[in-house]
Write a protein that binds this ligand. Sequence first.
Ligand SMILES: C[S@@+](CC[C@H](N)C(=O)[O-])C[C@H]1O[C@@H](n2cnc3c(N)ncnc32)[C@H](O)[C@@H]1O
Length: 408
Amino acid sequence: MVISVQPWLEIGGDERAAQILSGRIRGIEPRTRWVAADGDVERAEGLGIESGVRRFDPAVEGEMVAVPLVPVSRIRLSNAKAEDGGGADGEQDDDLVALRAESEAFYHRSVMPEEVMAALKPGPGRWFFDGTVGGGGHTEDILRSGGNVIGCDQDTDAIAYASERLKGYGDRVRLVHANFSDLDRILSDAGHPQVDGILLDLGISSFQIDAPGRGFSFMRPGPLDMRMNPEGAETAADLVNYAEPAELARIFREYGEEPAAQRIVQAVLHARENSLITTTAELAAIVESVIPRTSGRHPATRIFQALRIAVNDELRRLTEALEKSAGCLNSGGVLAVISFHSLEDRIVKRFMREHSEKTIDRPEWPNPKPNPNRYFELLRRKPLEPEEDEVSDNPRARSAKLRVAVRI
Ligand SMILES: C[S@@+](CC[C@H](N)C(=O)[O-])C[C@H]1O[C@@H](n2cnc3c(N)ncnc32)[C@H](O)[C@@H]1O
């Protein structure tokens, strides 16, 4: 399999070097995100490429964000080889090698790992539920501390990937393909109905965004799918082509907070009169025909977010999981939730507030009353946000908010 230099991958700004690499590096397993570069600084300079990779990640909320060079020290050599023979121009580029970023970096880079561990306080003998295993980064941090993890992800790819990555931890980790809204059943089935911590790191992984076949990104042509669970019934194309106009407008307005929702629905209806809308590129073009592109966010950002939330029923699943969380935690157990947009964060914030306030009050009551649904204590009211260093290293972390509540 020949890897091509993806649109998001720019090598050193030297087009010729990028072309050589794009046609000539092979031996890449599918589902692996590769970076191409030359590990030898001097030779890289000679070839006019950088000794690392400058990557643009348009998937980060649709903006073109420059990601700093991946330091060579954090890249390890793979067994992939440049194709034999000379380059298009006879260049001796056999030495060019494919370099594989460390697994966390190319499947998904865990967000706020230190803050999450400080909140969960994992350790030997303690059990945790990771409802969003993804690439397994946070799970592995818990395992490294000696803790045990029952984990789930609704994406079969994530479970396959993380199971392989974490197999060395034996039965200290148990991963299942499931939705985190079923956490009570998952934990009971695993024989640990109450755990010492629950982690939900919401949204999608970099792997999901970057895989064109999954249809999450308007920057990558692909089928209009967006199901995190590949076995899910409804795709984004189903919604776009068959939902009632009023339902589509609601989705765009409520989940995308898109001011031009109605006009975009009209454009969608017009387009679908002629033929079905089946690709990310078609939908992005329809949105762009209504909202012209400017230098800011890509005009399709909100619409793609809205459809993703609808297809995966994200807000309802989150609400269900939160409501079950108190019943699944030991006293002193920690609920930690990382959200990436205001709709999610609002739900988490309200939930934690409603279930931590000592008293509740109503205008019609003479005095406040004790809160009968007080299950949690908040150590801080404001969410934790990533440090600047983390954001510059991993721009996807930029909008992360970590909220933590402790089971009373
Ligand atoms: C941001 S990634 C998690 C990354 C992970 N913490 C790590 O360190 O690699 C989010 C993951 O959660 C999964 N996910 C999102 N909503 C889910 C849900 N309701 N149930 C199960 N998995 C879900 C996605 O499929 C994705 O793999």
